[in-house]
Design a protein around this ligand. Structure first.
Ligand code: AMP
Ligand code: MG
Length: 424
């Protein structure tokens, strides 16, 4: 043992407890977006836009038909018409519709000049080049006029948006083959603890397998960032220091788990205090109270370090509340918070009288026959120990219970943060 390990004694934490909102404010004031890079349409999936996208064209770019049928003149009414040709998609036929005439037309084909309506094939019959219509066409029927959906110069997507199916399709619609996105933040992950062992290795007495690294890798990926696992650090100053240095040298930030409590070998806070700025070291939160946020200057850049508690649920809940929005901001996203709803408890809940508790729950929309309306209901996922990762399984929400709500009765409404749907 050397340095910190020897000097350190077990004593209550010296860090002030702050409210979760204050923790979020401190984090958000200290992280910023990565630089932009250009990607192709195929590379753009699940990336975050770094530029506003304006349409360079009208959509559709020409008057066209929404159906297969006949382009004609509405005022010819129910009269028979002579078919003078055919207009398929993707070319200009040069044909023109004259009074008493019609042109066969396919969906997506340019509307021939002269036509002011299209009648769908299902409402017609055709024999020996003569068209009979079964209903009277009206002006504009089945025509998609130029610029009906998008007009040239229109702002269609804003910087900070996540590129999903509709966003990517819209960019392609404008003809762009590449566009600017924010570089994905690369976040190093370090698990700490002398008892922590790599899965696949034999387990000696007193040891447990590393689960946090893998949970956090998944959570980081779902926040559209790139996780870089650096391995397991022992509870020694030198061991921790080596991995922290490696992380800050090569990556945009660091997420650690374990070693932030008040045990003799919980060295993280002392070590981080020596090398960076601790913005907070305790939050009024359950689970996750010792969550710690630090920034460090490295090569002219401010890099965040999130030191999460070791218990698997504590690390995931504190990730969800504090790290996820921070990573989204680093990734350039403007929409950072999860949706919240009010949910009616399906059973009584008692909880911590001192702390804001974030209880894992299954929230669903149900029809209430008494009030004849829909509302959200909540059922907790059983025992809420911070060691019990099974309490996260299937949970699609965190119920936020304030310290004053010590005993909650069945039927009471509580705020619920909606997470991605879990596997039930
Ligand atoms: P700590 O925050 O280091 O005091 O750890 C709290 C609890 O979480 C202890 O029971 C640890 O064994 C456990 N723990 C710490 N790190 C991990 C990890 N990476 N995977 C699973 N459990 C862990
Ligand atoms: Mg530990």
């Amino acid at each position: 043992m050397s340095g910190l390990e020897q000097r350190r004694i077990m004593q209550p934490s010296a860090y002030a407890i702050i409210e979760p909102e204050e923790a979020t404010r401190l984090i958000m004031g200290n992280v910023k977006a990565m630089e932009a890079e250009e990607v192709s349409l195929t590379q753009g999936i699940d990336r975050i836009l770094a530029e506003d996208i304006y349409s360079s064209l009208d959509m559709p770019p020409f008057d066209t038909t929404a159906v297969d049928g006949y382009a004609l003149i509405a005022s010819d009414g129910l009269d028979k018409r002579q078919i003078t040709g055919e207009q398929t998609a993707g070319r200009i036929s040069g044909l023109r519709v004259e009074p008493g005439k019609a042109i066969r037309i396919m969906t997506g084909a340019p509307l021939p000049p002269g036509a002011d309506a299209v009648i769908m094939v299902e409402q017609t019959s055709e024999q020996d080049g003569i068209l009979e219509v079964q209903s009277r066409p009206s002006l504009g029927d089945n025509i998609r006029p130029r610029a009906q959906d998008i007009h040239e110069g229109q702002l269609i997507l804003k910087a900070g948006m996540l590129i999903g199916p509709s966003e990517l399709g819209l960019i392609a619609t404008t003809g762009r083959a590449s566009f600017k996105v924010v570089r994905r933040p690369r976040l190093a992950i370090v698990s700490t603890g002398d008892e922590i062992v790599e899965p696949g290795q034999p387990l000696e007495p007193g040891q447990i397998y590393d689960s946090n690294r893998f949970s956090l890798m998944s959570a980081i990926t779902r926040a559209y960032a790139e996780p870089v696992p650096l391995g397991i650090a022992p509870d020694t100053e030198a061991g921790l220091r080596a991995l922290i240095d490696e992380a800050l040298q090569n990556y945009d930030g660091l997420i650690t788990s374990g070693g932030v409590s008040v045990g003799k070998l919980d060295l993280m806070k002392d070590l981080l205090e020596a090398i960076g700025t601790i913005h907070f070291g305790r939050v009024n939160l359950k689970p996750g109270k010792p969550v710690t946020f630090v920034t460090m200057e490295k090569d002219g850049q401010t890099k965040p370090i999130f030191a999460l508690p070791g218990f698997p649920v504590s690390s995931l809940v504190s990730f969800e509340l504090f790290v996820r929005p921070a990573i989204l901001k680093m990734g350039g996203r403007t929409h950072l918070q999860r949706p919240m709803v009010q949910a009616r408890l399906l059973h009584p809940v008692s909880h911590s009288a001192e702390r804001n508790e974030f209880v894992r729950a299954i929230v669903s929309l149900e029809y209430d026959t008494t009030s004849q309306s829909y509302h959200y209901t909540a059922r907790t996922t059983g025992a809420q120990n911070s060691s019990r990762l099974l309490s996260m399984l299937g949970a699609n929400a965190l119920l936020r219970l304030a310290p004053s709500d010590r005993f909650l009765e069945e039927g009471q409404f509580v705020p619920a943060i909606l997470l991605e749907q879990g596997e039930a």
